[in-house]
Design a protein around this ligand. Structure first.
Ligand code: PGA
Length: 271
């Protein structure tokens, strides 16, 4: 199982934490991190823009943790007041960028087209997009959940080749589960993961499908994460609320590492 997908646990802090609060989080979180976990699990912190350099300078990569942004503009530079580009994110040490989060789609009018351009720009910049897809409650109740998530995936991947798709991380985040304390049923998340992977297999081939990582997001916490991780199609989580507390987020990372240890995976490259 040398090429098993590496699990990924990503913190989406949204519009939370000043620079000082970010520093305090890192001190507490890094004190709890063990190489046994970071050798098996990819851990990503996505703070607000001002805290990116703070965390980079705190040396998070030396501890096996990666930096991500919550958004990006697809142009490298230009007259786009308020926006931040791929080269700027590279410059502060970002490796990941969340793209198309439902809050961006809903509150900032991000279209499928914009999201596709951002995914391409992030990949071209050598970073990893964490592409969010997910249906609203109305869409789910109308029986359209599958069509919506596949439609969002198809639109966002448009124009990519199999190699680009393999490097993309897809986060299935039902809108009604985000920040509500009401997570999806793990079995449903697993079935949606399987659906997304099948789409990738049909369009981009089996190898891309075997490589693309699929996360679940929406009210993940230490009590329910184990059930999501038990789903073979779920490769980790994008975590909002439960990522704001260092102890809670560290517990999620450990949970993912335990799954790998139980499966006898990872840890061969302990530094
Ligand atoms: P939540 O947010 O964990 O607070 O539900 C998840 C997300 O929006 O990525």
């Amino acid at each position: 199982m040398a090429d098993a997908r590496r699990p990924l646990v990503a913190a989406n802090w949204k519009m939370h934490k000043t620079r000082e609060e970010s520093r305090r989080f890192w001190d507490a979180f890094s004190a709890r991190l063990t190489p046994e976990s970071t050798d098996r699990v990819e851990v990503v912190l996505c703070p607000p823009y001002p805290s990116l350099p703070v965390l980079a300078e705190a040396g998070l990569e030396e501890r096996g943790v990666f930096l991500g942004a919550q958004n990006v503009h697809d142009a490298p530079r230009g007259a786009f007041t308020g926006e931040v580009s791929v080269p700027m994110l590279q410059d502060v040490g970002c490796r990941f960028v969340i793209v198309g989060h439902s809050e961006r789609r809903i509150h900032f009018g991000e279209s499928d087209d914009m999201i596709a351009r951002k995914v391409r720009a992030v990949l071209e910049g050598g970073m990893t997009p964490i592409l969010c897809v997910g249906e609203s409650l109305e869409q789910r109740e109308a029986g359209r959940a599958e069509a919506v998530v596949i439609g969002q995936l198809e639109a966002a991947l448009a124009g990519l080749d199999a190699a680009g798709v393999s490097r993309t991380v897809v986060a299935y985040e039902p809108v009604w589960a985000i920040g509500t304390g009401r997570s999806a049923d793990p079995g449903d998340a697993g079935r949606t993961g399987a659906l997304l992977r099948r789409y990738v297999a049909e369009r981009y081939g089996e190898e891309a499908a075997a490589r693309v990582r699929i996360l679940y997001g929406g009210s993940v916490n230490p009590d329910n994460f184990g059930a999501f991780l038990a789903e073979p199609e779920v490769d980790g989580a994008l975590v909002g609320t439960a990522s704001l507390d260092p102890e809670t987020f560290a517990a999620l990372v450990e949970e993912a590492a335990r799954r790998e240890i139980r499966a006898g995976r990872g840890g061969g490259d302990i530094r």
